[in-house]
Design a protein around this ligand. Structure first.
Ligand SMILES: Nc1ncnc2c1ncn2[C@@H]1O[C@H](COP(=O)(O)OP(=O)(O)OP(=O)(O)O)[C@@H](O)[C@H]1O
Ligand SMILES: [Mg+2]
Length: 327
């Protein structure tokens, strides 16, 4: 088996606020395999976008490594970074602010080709029109401008632009969150179809668990700058292990009323703690309904209840066969 496409280790990302530094991501480990769709979920302010910015080098991580196909993006500069970035493209939440309003659709989709390929003007236009058709728009849209399109169509344009270089990884940060439900479903279905067809991996950031169910192979749950649980989507949805994952899932409505009724309700009380002033011990200890004394004193190491899952909680039983052996 080939190794992961993206391998994030001990990622730390901070924001400068005046002379202070706000730690938004504090030691994140995440793998994405080639062609895999991994959803990163967590409530607002948990650090999802900061993680994305650290992974794509829009913010320089304070610490840690981001290996893309074996190359560490952290520390790359100039030409080497531009070359590596070709393989990792982004789709943002709001295509209205991420698409330059003064450029035509063909120019927007063709722009990455200027930087990364030797294609001339006519060829770039041909490629852009091909991409337009691939995302369900038409050749005659090529000379129009972003404001002439609906939100869903603009997001299709953003997807075409992200895929035009055939990257290995697309990072979508709340890519459908600003759309109404029906365009949301259409854009999601399109994204899903294209990444499968092109064999692109996707790191999909969202706070909407219904969307996660629809699209993700694996899920990583973020809380206050750390990942508290990771695993295959069906395992995580059917048998969430971390008290925070259980709380997140029980807050989300389920279509099946039987499941909805039978589900254990876990209420989240209080607010996300201030990242400048995190709780001691487990990050979730200040809001955890199950916390014991140890949780307030000692941060839990990752446990592996299954070979493909990890959970950072003192209360979760690990499979002893899967733990690193003691020296
Ligand atoms: N540019 C910034 N400057 C200062 N602090 C920031 C900045 N961006 C984010 N933060 C802070 O970093 C923490 C993580 O924020 P982040 O935007 O990464 O969370 P998120 O999970 O993406 O939230 P949302 O679901 O609302 O998009 C928060 O405490 C936030 O206030
Ligand atoms: Mg965000």
């Amino acid at each position: 088996m080939s190794g992961p496409l993206l391998q994030v280790r001990d990622l730390h990302v901070s924001h400068r606020i005046g002379r202070r530094s706000l730690p938004a991501v504090r030691g994140m480990d995440l793998d994405v395999a080639p062609g895999e769709v991994v959803a990163l979920v967590g409530e607002s302010g948990s650090g999802k976008s900061s993680a994305v910015r650290g992974i794509t080098q829009l913010i320089r991580p304070e610490r840690g490594s981001v290996l893309l196909d074996g190359t560490d993006l952290v520390g790359l500069r100039g030409k080497a970074l531009r070359r590596a970035r070709r393989d990792i493209q982004m789709v943002f939440q709001d295509p209205y602010s991420s698409l330059d309003p003064s450029m035509s659709v063909a120019e927007l989709i063709g722009e990455p080709l200027i930087v990364h390929t030797a294609q001339g003007r006519a060829e770039r236009r041909r490629t852009a029109v091909e991409m337009l058709e691939m995302v369900g728009l038409r050749a005659e849209h090529a000379d129009r401008y972003p404001h002439e399109f609906s939100g869903g169509q603009r997001q299709r344009i953003a997807i075409a632009r992200a895929l035009v270089l055939r990257p290995k990884l697309v990072v979508a940060d709340e890519a459908v969150s600003a759309l109404d439900v029906s365009s949301q479903n259409q854009v999601l279905a399109l994204l899903q179809e294209l990444i499968a067809e092109l064999g692109v991996a996707c790191l999909f950031i969202t706070h909407d668990l219904a969307v996660v169910r629809q699209i993700a192979d694996r899920v990583a749950v973020m809380y206050l700058g750390t990942l508290v649980e990771q695993g295959p989507a069906d395992v995580l949805f059917d048998a969430p292990q971390h008290p925070y994952t259980r709380a997140l899932l029980s807050a989300a409505p389920v279509a099946d009323p039987v499941v909805q009724r039978s589900r254990q309700r876990v209420r989240l009380t209080g607010e996300l703690p201030d990242p400048m002033n995190p709780p001691t011990g487990c990050v979730f200890s200040s809001r955890c309904p199950d916390a014991i004394a140890r949780c307030h004193e000692e941060a839990p190491a990752d446990r592996r209840p299954r070979p493909d899952s990890s959970v950072a909680c003192h209360l979760v039983e690990a499979d002893p066969a899967l733990q690193p052996s003691l020296p």
